[in-house]
Design a protein around this ligand. Structure first.
Ligand SMILES: C[S@@+](CC[C@H](N)C(=O)[O-])C[C@H]1O[C@@H](n2cnc3c(N)ncnc32)[C@H](O)[C@@H]1O
Length: 220
């Protein structure tokens, strides 16, 4: 079992605290280690992007255990999260800290097209009447709403990424995205398959009253 990064000294009133969904993604990457190592061993140095890093637990885990020599471009719309990921990387793997950069942006909007080899997203997936507006100040208490609420079917933010996957991923790139049952992951998988993507279920299991599913998207 691979060790879990320590995510301490973070203000969890303003940054999403690692939860069951985050820990399922750690399980997912432990399971995917051979697949990812093999996929990128023969290749150039892989570029890894996590959208919405929160505390930075996932990016740090990947750097520490899975893709140790990759280049990491971490993003979050929340400036507090952008700082937290760098702090978590420094606390857990100081000798690799130079491999991670963190930028405040909407999804991957400031990253060049077709350079991301591994994309990770634990999105705001809770169904809600709307996706909240972006708070104006770093101190706003609404940053946590933005971490959770995903609008209609909890899918508004996730569909923005899926609809743009062709532009985001490199030729042999792969994306890991987490869904709850109310996001209808089966329907999403069918729709993306119809659009020509290979979709694999990496993990699907019960988390309390919720069922969480992690899908892997790659080109055929
Ligand atoms: C469910 S949290 C996941 C946090 C962390 N990855 C984890 O697994 O513990 C969702 C994250 O996505 C970020 N987020 C929400 N909308 C975003 C957007 N449009 N662009 C970038 N990040 C966004 C939130 O600020 C939050 O940090």
């Amino acid at each position: 079992m691979l060790s879990t990064p320590i995510t301490k000294d973070i203000d969890y009133d303003k940054v999403y605290e690692p939860s069951e969904d985050s820990f399922y993604l750690l399980d997912c990457f432990e399971q995917e280690r051979d697949y990812l190592e093999t996929k990128f061993k023969k290749n150039k140095v892989p570029i890894i992007t996590e959208i919405g890093t929160g505390s930075g637990i996932l990016t740090t885990f990947l750097l520490q255990h899975i893709l140790k020599d990759g280049i990491y471009i971490a993003t979050d719309v929340n400036p507090n999260a952008c700082k937290s990921v760098l702090q978590t990387v420094r606390n857990n793997c100081p000798t690799q800290a130079h491999l991670v950069d963190s930028s405040q942006m909407d999804l991957t909007s400031a990253i060049r097209s077709n350079i991301i080899d591994t994309l990770i997203f634990n999105p705001p997936y809770v169904p809600a009447s709307e996706v909240p507006d972006i708070p104006v100040t770093d101190e706003d208490s609404k940053w946590l709403d933005l971490a959770l609420l995903g609008g209609e079917d909890g899918m508004i933010v996730t569909w923005k990424v899926l609809n743009n996957l062709e532009r985001i991923l490199s030729t042999d790139g792969v994306a890991y995205i987490l869904f709850c049952a109310r996001n209808n992951p089966d329907k999403v998988a069918n729709e993306m398959t119809d659009r020509g993507w290979k979709v694999d279920v990496v993990i699907s299991k019960k988390a309390g009253w919720e069922v969480l599913t992690i899908l892997r998207f790659s080109r055929l």
